[in-house]
Design a protein around this ligand. Sequence first.
Ligand SMILES: *Cc1c(COP(=O)(O)O)cnc(C)c1O
Length: 342
Amino acid sequence: MEKKNLDWANLGFGYVQTEKRYVTNYKNGAWDEGVITEDANVVLNECAGVFQYAQTCFEGLKAYTTEDGRIVTFRPDLNEQRMKDSCTRLVMPTLPDGRFVEAVKAVVKANAEYVPPFGSGATLYLRPYMFGTNPVIGVKPANEYQFRIFTTPVGPYFKGGAKPLTLCISDYDRAAPHGTGHIKAGLNYAMSLHAITEAHKNGFDENMYLDSATRTKVEETGGANFLFVTKDNKIVTPKSDTILPSITRRSLMVVAKEYLGLEVEEREVYKDELKDFAECGLCGTAAVISPVGKIVDHGKEICLPSGMGEMGPTTKKLYETLTGIQMGRIEAPEGWVVEIEL
Ligand SMILES: *Cc1c(COP(=O)(O)O)cnc(C)c1O
């Protein structure tokens, strides 16, 4: 298979249209069998449920080329389960068991020429999503839906090294108790756009959101979970029902424990503890783990001892071990790396 002639190392994180995508429709209580199509456009009625009441959720995962030339994806079964949870909370139909992973395999296979070569640092990003398609004007769930997966090649996240980020503690809330913070709904992102635009305007890279009930505990950023390293080298991640359960973060916790022999803890993390941590990272599919150098709480600076120059040593080990597993350099736990048969 001939790869596309793209400047892989200089791709950004943007939409590059490829020829093929996966589409399946839900109507009269059932999903059709699904197809790979070349039509990149979605044409819907003006009153479609997704436009009126934002009934939509999504996922994000990547396909990689391993050193020995295989194409693999990372734990797509967890994306399948999480999408099911999102759909259930938004009163959307779930796909039949296994269909999500089948669709992932089909769409990666159809776009194999766009899976960046090993060593380029680039990957093929997959965006599965579902939305209500039939006209809905009274407030109720749609009864027809479309599920799609498109792919887009994305460049190496850290070009010229990972520069630690500066965060600010946000005065806005991301999620309410008993709300939708734990599912991957577009609506969570729509309402975070104002807060992130403001943070950028003020010179910050990301917002650190606190729990909205007490504003004393650390939650996450708009699109990534936190991992902290204590001064005695323990890994701590916030526990909360209103955090989106990041697959990257959950995987890094296993890597910390099983591969690096570190103690790991999922517990409530108080804002007042931030000054005591040695390192801090943001976890998500896009970057795996981005180092945080500084957190600003209304003018008061909390500087992580790892500094603003580079990733802290434990963050770096976590990053290298997990990316090694994803790229096939390090043996993966059973079921983590799923090969695409071409
Ligand atoms: C998608 C997402 C993450 C990261 O999850 P991964 O499965 O690691 O990509 C973290 N927080 C939020 C709010 C998200 O939407």
